[in-house]
Design a protein around this ligand. Sequence first.
Ligand SMILES: Cc1cc2nc3c(=O)[nH]c(=O)nc-3n(C[C@H](O)[C@H](O)[C@H](O)COP(=O)(O)O)c2cc1C
Length: 238
Amino acid sequence: MPGSPRNAEANAWPRPTAAAHEGSADSTGEAARAVQGETITMSEILVLYYSREGAVRQLAQRVARGVERVAGMRACLRTLPPVAPVTEVAAPPVPEDGAPYASVEDLARCAGLVLGSPTRFGNMAAPVKHFLDGTGALWASGALAGKPAGVFTSSASQHGGQESTLLSMMIPLLHHGMLLVGLPYTEPALAATRGGGTPYGASHVAGADGTVPLSPEEAELATALGRRVADVARRMGA
Ligand SMILES: Cc1cc2nc3c(=O)[nH]c(=O)nc-3n(C[C@H](O)[C@H](O)[C@H](O)COP(=O)(O)O)c2cc1C
C-alpha cells in the first residue's frame, strides 16, 4: 500500500498524498496484537515514555492505571532506548527491566497516545525526539490523525520548564493531526497541588536528587490524564 509504514524507510521523509491521508484500518485503534504467542484484539492507549532515573516511569504507571479505569480500554506501556551524541547506543533488544521498547507499529495501531519525557533544558529528551523523528511514514499515511493524545513530564525543580517541555511534545503530535487532551480545573487535584500537575498535562517535581516521591495530587492527575485520553478514544469508537 503506497504510504504504508511498511513501504518506507523508518527515517525517510515521504511525500504525503491525499489518498494516504484518508486513513487506513490501522487508524481505527482496533489492534490485533500478539502477546506471548496469543493474538488478542483490543483497544489500546499507548503510554510511551523515556525515563532515565525512574520519575517519568512512575508517572507512566499512574497514567496506565487511569487508562484501565475506562471500560474496554487497555494501556500498552512502552519505553525508549537512550541515544548518544555521536552514534546511537547499541541497546539490548529488550530493556533489562520495565516496559518493552516501543516500535513505530505500536504507535500506528494505538487508539490514543500518552507521551512522557523528563524535562531537558525545558524541552523533551533526545530519545523521545529521536523516536518521533522516525515517524515520517505515519505522518504521510495519516495513521495518527484524529486520535487523542496527552503528555506528561518530570523535572528537578518546580519552575524548571515543565510547561515548555509539555508544549514541545505537543508540537509533533499536532503535526500528526492528533487531538490534544489536557487537564482541566474540573480535576480537583489541579487547584490543590503544591508540586506538579498542569493544564497542559501531568507532571512531577522530583527534586534536585530525583528522590521526591509522587505527591497524591501528582499521582491523581497522571491517572486522570490516562483516563481522559482513554475516555475520548472510547467515545470516538475505539
Ligand atoms: C541534561 C539534563 C537537563 C535537565 N534539564 C532540566 C531542566 O531544564 N529543568 C529541570 O527542572 N530539571 C532538569 N533536569 C532534571 C530532570 O528533568 C529530572 O531529574 C527528571 O525528574 C528526570 O526524570 P527521570 O527520573 O524519569 O529520568 C535535567 C536533567 C538532565 C540530565
